[in-house]
Design a protein around this ligand. Structure first.
Ligand code: ADP
Length: 243
């Protein structure tokens, strides 16, 4: 359903992605693991052209976009099919929780306010924040803010939700509530790609694991295979360090 073909990305002379090929099926939960600096976040950002690939192609269903010559129209269309959950939440500080979730529906998707409100209340209920709809981000814990971030992505009903290290800015005691919301969404069959350091979570929730190093995919497969029987030495070394 989602296909990344030969994705390359360099920042100046720094070649960060060196030919990434990845297929994501509908309902897959793909966990991307790898050492710091291996290109995980850049790859995720390339999926919705927050970073434009220098080369390669992304297709989602029948839709195709090329890194070399994307039209503005194509980029807009791609962004409608994807939603990103950021490490630092990126909420609007001067808007309430409900307004934060409604914003994308009203402004980007041009939904009538009433409909946007209904959808937003529904997803806020799903992430356990029904009692916080009128709060401002500064009145929430980091875990609650990230759950707003997830609700905002979910409300857009995208083809895929992209999570960029969604728990790495959180105090340890707040990680669990965010992971359990992600787990719940995964159980609903939402397609997701998650860059994460949480190896045990990745092992439990993902249907497909990708291990990156040096801008390439070193190994990928089902969690059972990659975690229990890694084929590559680099994967083994990484897992030994982090588990
Ligand atoms: P990871 O997520 O695996 O830690 P990143 O994708 O964040 O890796 O970064 C990979 C490399 O790309 C790093 O060397 C980083 O400095 C570089 N990089 C990432 N984003 C930018 C940018 N916007 N401009 C310049 N270099 C960048």
């Amino acid at each position: 359903m989602i296909q990344l073909t030969n994705i390359h990305k360099a920042f100046g002379k720094n070649k960060v992605l060196n030919g990434i090929h990845l297929t994501v099926e509908k309902g897959d939960v793909v966990a991307i693991l790898g050492p710091s600096g291996s290109g995980k976040t850049t790859l995720l950002r390339c999926v919705n052209f927050l970073e434009r690939p220098n080369e390669g192609e992304i297709s989602i269903g029948d839709f195709k976009i090329s890194g070399k010559h994307p039209s503005k129209q194509d980029i807009l269309q791609l962004r409608k099919k994807t939603a990103m959950v950021f490490q630092h939440y990126n909420l609007f500080k001067h808007k309430t929780v409900l307004e934060n979730v409604m914003e994308g529906l009203v402004i980007a998707q041009k939904q009538p306010k009433e409909e946007a409100r209904r959808t937003s209340l529904e997803v806020l209920n799903k992430v356990g924040l029904s009692d916080k709809i009128d709060a401002y981000p500064s009145q929430l814990s980091g875990g609650q803010q990230q759950r707003v971030g997830i609700a905002r992505a979910l409300a857009l009903n995208p083809e895929v939700i992209l999570f960029d290290e969604p728990t790495s800015a959180l105090d340890p005691e707040l990680v669990g509530e965010v992971l359990s919301v992600i787990r719940k969404i995964a159980d609903d069959g939402v397609t997701m790609i998650i860059v994460t350091h949480e190896v045990s979570f990745a092992r439990e929730v993902s249907s497909h694991v990708v291990f990156m190093d040096g801008g390439v995919i070193v190994e990928q497969g089902e969690p059972e295979d990659v975690f229990v029987r890694p084929r590559e030495e680099r994967t083994r070394q990484f897992l030994k360090r982090v588990t």
